[in-house]
Design a protein around this ligand. Structure first.
Ligand SMILES: CC(C)(COP(=O)(O)OP(=O)(O)OC[C@H]1O[C@@H](n2cnc3c(N)ncnc32)[C@H](O)[C@@H]1OP(=O)(O)O)[C@@H](O)C(=O)NCCC(=O)NCCS
Length: 156
């Protein structure tokens, strides 16, 4: 399997970015009641301008397969960590090991940036993502809050 992570040209790929985010929202919440497209589009433009290295499309054997949004390093209370905002694969690319490789790609970047751990939040109703995270070594931290459940993954 040939996997590539490529910088996103929003001029060309904005509609695709929106489609992937919209699908993730639906999987996470079960519906689109709280989905706000204007906020999503603003977030993409901000991410592109301020954090281009953490905004990538995933290609598998030359085909667009998904999207990553992440940032590092972040320093808080003496801990340096990388944060994953989004890991998304289109349906036909799931359960083939691509998610695991995409995580490793981000973890490598976090380690280069001196991070000791990775963090993310997910909505506990997301039955696609939860088993994947727990299987790949993430641990729950604290209670579920308005933005979901915080997970932490120590980086060796
Ligand atoms: C969550 C997601 C990124 C996982 O990626 P993936 O490519 O499907 O997962 P992988 O195939 O790399 O799985 C890695 C390992 O986790 C295991 N795993 C994945 N999903 C699992 C499940 N539902 N139950 C049990 N194990 C699971 C796999 O068996 C695999 O184990 P192996 O390495 O021993 O073979 C992907 O399914 C996805 O994009 N989902 C939709 C978007 C989404 O919900 N994103 C998260 C928002 S918080």
């Amino acid at each position: 399997m040939d996997i590539e992570f490529k910088s996103i040209d929003l001029g060309e790929a904005l509609a695709l970015c929106v489609k992937f985010r919209r699908d993730t929202h639906k999987i996470s919440y079960g519906n689109l009641a709280t989905y706000n497209e204007e906020e999503v589009v603003n977030w993409f433009h901000r991410n592109k301008a301020e954090n281009d290295q953490g905004f990538k499309h995933i290609f598998v054997n030359g085909k667009i397969a998904g999207q990553l949004e992440f940032r590092s390093p972040i320093k808080e209370d003496e801990v340096t960590f990388g944060y994953i905002y989004l890991i998304y694969l289109a349906g036909m690319f799931r359960n083939k090991g691509v998610g695991k490789l995409a995580q490793e790609y981000m973890f490598d970047q976090f380690k280069v940036d001196g991070c000791s751990e990775a963090r993310l939040r997910y909505i506990p109703g997301n039955v696609v993502a939860e088993p994947f995270y727990l299987y790949t070594g993430w641990e729950k931290s604290g209670e579920v809050g308005p933005r979901g459940q915080l997970l932490v993954r120590k980086l060796a």
